[in-house]
Write a protein that binds this ligand. Structure first.
Ligand code: FAD
Ligand code: NAI
Length: 475
């Protein structure tokens, strides 16, 4: 007799594990199947985000930023250290410790909420008497569990670049880029997207000569272009990343050195590096899920097709996170997970896709929520805007990070906030003010009238909101 549950979740990333916990909280007997194996060869919960994504990358970003500050920035504070040293292996070990702590924490949360945790590859086998049959394969061990509802949360993997194999020794994906035990002298990156910029920044700060090759002629095409242009300038001039836009990658040969032929402005060029990161986007994980066998509909790019409530074409089969349409972000996956569990319980949850924050954790950080100026223009929406910089902000000057801008966009008629775009210190934290304001349908005048602590970085948002009404006090 197979184990029977109300809800089975396939995948224990931030989409799946959160969905499983919420389903259990709502009184459903719940199991979560996950196949991820950690660096130590043992099952590790938390998916891409906790094991090889958000969390380890932010740990390395902080370590490398600390080293860079010690080596270059502290002198102006009157602090100097002779011969500051960097130990890559120790930085990686610290990162591994954080990953172990958080992935282990999911196991604890599963126990606390009575979620059955099953290790193995889950695949849909069919439906018997309204019960979905799900096979769990772990090596030679195969068991079948059944459930009324299935939530597919299998996430995504790196998109491969034709003509070069990722071996995570010389040619790296996110896993390899997060595990280098020493700083490469020359690091190449293909793709100036979020991973390329974050991982490029990490290794640049600790001494690598980093060159990024990007196919698109526009830098960070999804971001507001005023902010993107400022980011390009800072990341190339101050951080020292060499970013080549509008390139066409040609043949790549991997020997002791890696040689990448590319074309830019009609000219043939070659980049020679010691390590190469491939970060050209990610593809949904559906291989082995049994989609064909049960008729689960996938789109032309392999994403599971879902409606606005994350319901698939199959009865009681749901899908969330990176494996479905929308931004590949951990917080988007988690919110969908909560919403699906609540919908199974008969509630009417709603995820507002127009108010999902984006953050790129470079230095300075880049963050936004809502529409860009380019989107507003394309959609013919009349808007007004206000901008303010960090250059004259007392807190930013004290921190030694007085670079960047905040821009607020609001409806020309109603003043309702349509977008908040920023580059600057800790804007990963500041962007939440925009998220809250937009969720509460605030006007830019609301932010202008709210008291912001002094001195604080948030005063730049206040000033931008005042500027939208042409009454900036410090601008
Ligand atoms: P995943 O986290 O990918 O989890 C899916 C899980 O399902 C995995 O454990 C996988 O092994 C397992 N699985 C797959 N198929 C099966 C199967 N058939 N049976 C059982 N298990 C299966 N997002 C942010 O919001 N902020 C960030 O700062 C950020 N940084 C990132 C940095 C990097 C380097 C990368 C690569 C990604 C980053 N992301 C970030 C994106 C974020 O990691 C993803 O959006 C998020 O993990 C998606 O969650 P998910 O639950 O959909 O899938
Ligand atoms: P991405 O989509 O952000 O960037 C990929 C880049 O590669 C694009 O600029 C694209 O134009 C370029 N590209 C594609 N094909 C190319 C080619 N053949 N040659 C040269 N350039 C090419 O994807 P990335 O960086 O791999 O990250 C995947 C996803 O993971 C992100 O979109 C994001 O959703 C998530 N992520 C989020 C983070 C965050 O929230 N801070 C951090 C890291 C990843």
């Amino acid at each position: 007799m197979s184990q029977q549950f109300d809800v089975v979740v396939i995948g224990a990333g931030p989409g799946g594990y959160v969905a499983a916990i919420r389903a259990a909280q709502l009184g459903f007997s719940t199991a979560c199947i996950d196949s991820f194996v950690g660096k130590n060869g043992k099952p590790s919960l938390g998916g891409t985000c906790l094991n090889v994504g958000c969390i380890p990358s932010k740990a390395l970003l902080q370590s490398s930023e600390n080293f860079h500050a010690l080596a270059h920035d502290f002198a102006e504070h009157g602090i100097s250290v002779e011969g500051a040293k960097f130990d890559a292996a120790k930085m990686i070990a610290r990162k591994d410790g954080i990953v172990d702590k958080l992935t282990g924490g999911i196991g604890f949360l599963f126990k606390k909420n009575k979620v059955a945790s099953l290790h193995g590859l889950g695949s849909l086998k069919g439906r018997v008497d309204e019960q979905w049959q799900i096979e769990v394969k772990n090596g030679d061990t195969v068991e079948t569990v059944s459930a009324k509802h299935v939530i597919v949360a299998t996430g995504s993997s790196v998109r491969q670049l034709p003509g070069v194999a990722i071996d995570n020794v010389k040619v790296l994906d996110n896993e390899g880029a997060l595990n280098l035990s020493e700083t490469p002298a020359r690091l190449g990156v293909i793709g100036a997207g979020v991973i390329g910029l974050e991982m490029g920044s990490v290794w640049k700060r600790v001494g690598a000569d980093v060159t990024i090759l990007e196919a698109m002629p526009t830098f960070l095409a999804a971001a507001d272009q005023q902010i993107a242009k400022e980011a390009f300038k800072t990341l190339t001039k101050d951080t020292g990343l060499k970013i080549n836009l509008g390139v066409k990658i040609g043949a790549i040969s991997v020997a002791d050195e890696i040689s990448i032929a590319y074309e830019k402005d009609g000219k043939a060029e070659t980049l020679v590096v010691d390590k190469l990161i491939v970060s050209i986007g990610r593809v949904p994980n559906t291989a082995g899920l049994g989609a064909d066998a049960v008729g689960l509909q996938l789109d032309a790019r392999g994403f599971v097709v879902v409606d606005d409530h994350c319901h698939t074409n199959l009865p009681n089969v749901w899908a969330i996170g990176d494996v479905v349409r929308g931004p590949m972000l951990a917080h988007k996956a988690s919110e969908e997970g909560v919403a699906v569990a609540e919908r199974i319980a008969g509630q009417k949850p709603h995820v507002d896709f127009g108010v999902i924050p984006w953050v790129i954790y470079t230095s300075p950080e880049i963050a936004w929520v809502g529409k860009t100026e380019e989107q507003l223009k394309a959609e013919g929406i009349e808007y007004k805007k206000g901008s303010s910089g960090f250059a004259a902000n007392g807190r930013a000057l004290g921190l030694g990070h007085a670079q960047g801008t905040v821009k607020i966009l609001s409806c020309a008629k109603t003043d309702r906030i349509l977008g908040l775009h920023m580059i600057g210190p800790m804007v990963s934290e500041l962007v939440t003010e925009g998220v809250v304001a937009m969720e509460f349908k605030a006007a830019s005048e609301d932010l202008a009238r709210i008291v912001h602590a002094h001195p604080s970085l948030s005063e730049v948002i206040h000033e931008a909101a005042l500027a939208a009404d042409k009454r900036a006090l410090h601008g």
